[in-house]
Structures are given as structure tokens and as C-alpha cells.
Ligand binder design. Structure first.
Ligand SMILES: [Zn+2]
Length: 170
């Protein structure tokens, strides 16, 4: 029998509850975002039409058009409703990787081409440690780029590791 993943299963059963964190479009689980993130990134007219800014989720699926959603309020916001380029949803440059400190995929790839390694991880880690990170208002995902930092732990940021599809997922 074909294995159905948990979220898909819940999705096809039509059992998505009002407060569910499952994106209806791609049936993957979203990450909760704070009110300030919605306020910072949703374009004005659309933002004004939303009554409650609390309880939204960010859809992390690269191919899914949905950026934020609230099943509770039945509101789905896509790329056109958001004021910045959402790195994870883009396939053409510039693809933002770290919003707080201005790292794009191109900047990292240029470093790799030039010197064989990128200083992104070290520089970002240092600034996060220094408390200079403000992802709630700088990053449309509302969170720090944990993936990038976690993946880099114990690994060097080499061209072999850093392939374009993997970077696009960061
Ligand atoms: Zn989605």
C-alpha cells in the first residue's frame, strides 16, 4: 500500500480544523508567524482588509504560491500580497537567504566561485550572537535561518555542499 504522509492524509480526509497549521494548497505544515511579521510584509490594502493579524502561518513549501495563511479566518495570502521577495519561493536571482544581513544566493555563490568558500555562516552566526538579528521584521518567514546555521555546524560551506537546489531550500 502506498504510504501517505500524515499531513496529506489529514488533508484528503477534509479534516483540517479551523485553527489548523496545514496549508490547504500544498498540504504541508506551516510555521506560526507573529503579528508583527504579517504587519511588516503584507501589502497595505490587503493588510487593512484583515481583521485579526494573529494566528497566521508561513508556508515553507518552495513550489507553493501561498506565503501566509489562516485557516481560522479562511485567508490565504500569496506572493503578490507580500512586499518582499520570499527567497524560498523564488527561482531567479536575487534570492534572499538572510534578510537581516543582506545575504542572497548570488552573493554566496559568487564567494564560492571566487575563493572556494563562503563567509556567510560565520558572519551571520557572529551577528546573531551579538543580538543584531531582527528576523521578526526583516524575514518574511519570521524566524532566523536556522537551517543554514544548523547545516553548517561541523561542515564547511563548500561548493560541493552548496548546490543551487539546496540553497533554494534554505
Ligand atoms: Zn503551501
Amino acid at each position: 500500500m502506498e504510504k501517505i504522509n500524515e499531513s496529506e492524509h489529514r488533508f484528503c480526509n477534509g479534516s483540517i480544523s479551523a485553527g489548523s497549521s496545514i496549508c490547504r494548497k500544498c498540504s504541508n505544515e506551516g510555521k506560526p508567524v507573529k503579528e508583527i511579521t504579517i504587519k511588516s510584509f503584507v501589502k497595505k490594502p490587503r493588510l487593512e482588509s484583515i481583521k485579526i493579524l494573529d494566528g497566521f502561518y508561513f508556508c515553507e513549501t518552495p513550489g507553493c504560491e501561498v506565503v501566509y495563511f489562516s485557516n481560522e479566518q479562511d485567508i490565504y495570502l500569496d506572493k503578490a500580497d507580500v512586499s518582499v521577495r520570499v527567497g524560498i519561493k523564488e527561482t531567479d536571482d536575487p534570492i534572499p537567504i538572510c534578510y537581516c544581513f543582506g545575504w542572497t544566493r548570488k552573493k554566496i555563490l559568487d564567494q564560492l566561485k571566487r575563493q572556494g568558500f563562503s563567509t556567510a555562516v560565520q558572519e551571520i552566526s557572529a551577528k546573531v550572537k551579538a543580538g543584531e538579528c531582527a528576523c521578526e521584521v526583516n524575514n518574511p518567514a519570521g524566524t532566523r535561518i536556522h537551517h543554514l546555521l544548523n547545516l553548517a555546524k561541523g561542515k564547511t560551506f563548500s561548493p560541493g555542499w552548496c548546490s543551487i537546489p539546496r540553497l533554494a531550500q534554505l
